[in-house]
Design a protein around this ligand. Structure first.
Ligand code: UDP
Length: 260
């Protein structure tokens, strides 16, 4: 039986009512989907790792002045967040050609882009999240021009910060997806970073070997996805060293056995 009211269930997360008005609890599942949910599976321990990785990145972003929905981590799979009105746009930031960009424009995967590209996709599962232009966003009122300026500015700041953070641990940030939301202060709406940042929504390649350390392992049936997510967490200093990499996951299994 659920202790709390469920607000929303997505592909990788569940949102529950939070303890105070204006807050939610974000629960990270092990479920993985790809190709607009045509491919489904689970990655053992993914939810625990993504909760930690996202906490780490959102906390770091807050220290450089990027406003986010993250308040605090509650336990292995849950974090307390601010409730936002999600802007129905997926913001993709690309440093290196890969995925749909390579396919659409015939640019070889791995090509360093001469400048960072920001793309917008309309969040609509039934339509398969189509690529859109600024014009569509303004025309259909999905966000105002001021909001889009804030979103683009924040996306670039997040990218600069994350490129450096990952480079320091031998990882190339190829591309990633961000989502933003509105919080209301009386009549005034402010844009803040929402959702999560984890290997589910980033392409992360080892700088030396080009090994993929992200959800492409699942998308492309490469295997070793749980290990790849653990490797990212380990390099970020979020897992115990000395062969104790599984301690975090073991703890989670232990909690589940106790029915918590
Ligand atoms: N991405 C995501 N959710 C989506 C689509 C893309 O998190 O619904 C991320 C994806 O993990 C990658 C980046 O956005 O890091 C760019 O994805 P792309 O457009 O290349 O699409 P894909 O090849 O993943 O279909």
């Amino acid at each position: 039986m659920s202790r709390r009211r469920q607000i929303y269930e997505g592909k990788a997360k569940i949102l529950y009512e939070g303890p105070e008005p204006g807050t939610l609890i974000q629960y990270f599942k092990d479920d993985a989907t790809a190709f607009n949910a045509q491919k489904r599976g689970t990655i053992n321990g993914k939810g625990v790792l993504n909760n930690r990785i996202s906490e780490h990145i959102f906390t770091a972003l807050a220290t450089i002045g990027v406003p986010t929905h993250f308040i605090r981590r509650i336990n292995m799979r849950e974090q307390l967040i601010r409730q936002v009105e999600i802007v129905p746009i997926e913001v993709v930031i690309r440093n290196v050609a890969a995925g749909s960009l390579s396919k659409r424009l015939g640019i070889e995967e791995g090509t360093q882009l001469p400048r960072t590209i920001i793309e917008y996709y309309y969040k609509d599962d039934a339509l398969g999240d189509p690529l859109i232009a600024d014009e569509h966003i303004a025309c259909f009122g999905w966000a105002s021009q001021d909001e889009m300026n804030d979103i683009a500015d924040m996306a670039i700041r997040v990218n600069d910060f994350m490129c450096g953070m990952f480079a320091a641990i031998g990882i190339r940030l190829v591309d990633f997806k961000l989502e933003f939301g509105r919080v209301w202060d009386g009549d005034f709406a402010r844009i803040i970073l929402a959702d999560e940042i984890s290997p589910d929504g980033c392409r992360l390649w080892d700088m030396k070997s080009n090994e993929k350390l992200d959800k492409d392992r699942f998308r492309q049936d490469l295997g070793g996805e749980a290990e790849a997510y653990q490797e990212v967490a380990r390099r970020l200093g979020l897992l115990p060293e000395d062969g104790e990499e599984n301690a975090v996951l073991d703890l989670d299994t232990h909690r589940k056995k106790r029915g918590k």
